[in-house]
Design a protein around this ligand. Structure first.
Ligand SMILES: NC(=O)c1ccc[n+]([C@@H]2O[C@H](COP(=O)([O-])OP(=O)(O)OC[C@H]3O[C@@H](n4cnc5c(N)ncnc54)[C@H](OP(=O)(O)O)[C@@H]3O)[C@@H](O)[C@H]2O)c1
Length: 316
């Protein structure tokens, strides 16, 4: 089978032939049809977060994939050969960008009807981050929410799904993005959109009960947008956010660092929202496996609107 392999930090990927893996107990072997790019992929192979996040070379990057079950490992029930599935692979070892990949059933779900492989590859990591950031870190109820929610980075991989998760929960949602993405964010259901490039962007804006930051930057700035007992969570928590969490106990404003925990239950929640037509996955751009470097460059530009996918063939 073919896999995209990195041989060292900062090096270019190479598409090489490798032996197919064998699924262990609790795993299935998936024939990959699409993967998606998340910023962690290129940050990991560049060594941005070393020593917290390392890569063991030769290294296959990527966490999100969609495809068809090729074989079941020992003890696996509930999945069948040929079934369409998707996952955010568990752990920090990457491994998605190959034709055949072993995935644990604890992080695997069947693709809902109507979802294609590109959308299915785009959803897991970004969607679970959005869901957990809003629900677990900001305490947003998933039904009948009365909160005013601000999503910073509302057009990105995580942000565009966060807008839809918060809307599905019935919250009042404001998205922050640049002028060219205002139509996209409104189309996803945002009640209001703030174009951060305008000098008067924040004039007259009422405070928010929940702020989810999908961009990073000054948490002090985000706290100014909060109500007195509001909740703020950052997907890109710097040392200041980590330090600020220590004084949560002294303040009514709560600050949290989002740390994705991949699991099939939460992916199932997102699949159900898709099936109910309350959520869709926007595709920013498509690349072939040979173009992984270009796909990484697109992600690194910080300009993607929705998800960047790698198509491995095999139809929708
Ligand atoms: N903690 C975790 O567990 C976790 C999980 C997933 C992701 N993350 C992190 O979360 C971050 C976002 O991930 P992602 O996949 O959503 O990234 P992404 O798709 O690359 O985000 C790109 C988007 O960010 C927007 N953006 C850039 N600067 C902005 C600004 N100042 N204000 C508002 N929007 C801005 C861009 O819109 P414009 O072009 O309009 O500016 C673009 O649409 C990454 O740093 C990633 O590593 C963390």
């Amino acid at each position: 089978m073919r896999a995209i392999v990195f041989h060292g930090y900062g090096q270019q990927p190479r598409l090489v032939e490798r032996p197919a893996p064998t699924p262990a107990r609790g795993q299935v072997l998936v024939r990959v049809r699409a993967t998606s790019v998340n910023p962690i992929d290129w940050k990991q192979v560049k060594g941005v977060y070393r020593p917290l996040l390392t890569a063991r070379f030769p290294f296959v990057s990527g966490y999100d994939l969609a495809g068809e079950v090729e074989a079941l490992g020992p003890g696996v029930t509930g999945f069948t050969k040929g079934q369409r599935v998707h996952t955010r692979l568990s752990g920090q070892g990457g491994g998605a960008n190959a034709e055949l990949v072993c995935a644990g059933v604890d992080v695997l779900t069947p693709m809902p009807d109507g979802m294609d492989f590109e959308q299915a590859a785009g959803l897991p990591l970004a969607g679970m981050t959005a869901l957990q950031g809003l629900r677990d870190d900001c305490g947003l109820p998933m039904q009948g929410a009365r909160e005013r929610v601000l999503v910073i980075g509302a057009s990105g991989g995580v942000g565009h799904l966060a807008v839809q998760v918060a809307k599905a929960a019935a919250a009042h949602v404001t998205g922050v993005c640049s002028a060219r993405n205002v139509g996209l964010v409104r189309g996803l259901g945002a009640d209001a959109v703030i174009d951060y490039t305008r000098p008067d962007a924040w004039q007259g804006v009422e405070p928010f009960d929940v702020v989810l930051d999908c961009v990073g930057g000054s948490h002090a700035g985000a706290l100014k947008r909060l109500t007195r007992d509001g909740r703020f969570a950052s997907c890109v928590p710097g040392p200041a956010v980590i330090a600020r969490r220590v004084v949560n106990v002294l303040s009514k404003q709560q600050v949290a660092a989002v740390m994705l925990k991949a699991n099939a239950t939460d992916l199932g929640v997102l699949d159900a929202l898709f099936a109910q037509k309350k959520l869709t996955v926007v595709i920013d751009s498509r690349f072939s496996p040979e173009q992984l470097g270009e796909a990484f460059a697109r992600s690194e530009s910080g300009r993607a609107a929705g998800k960047i996918v790698i198509t491995w063939g095999g139809g929708a």
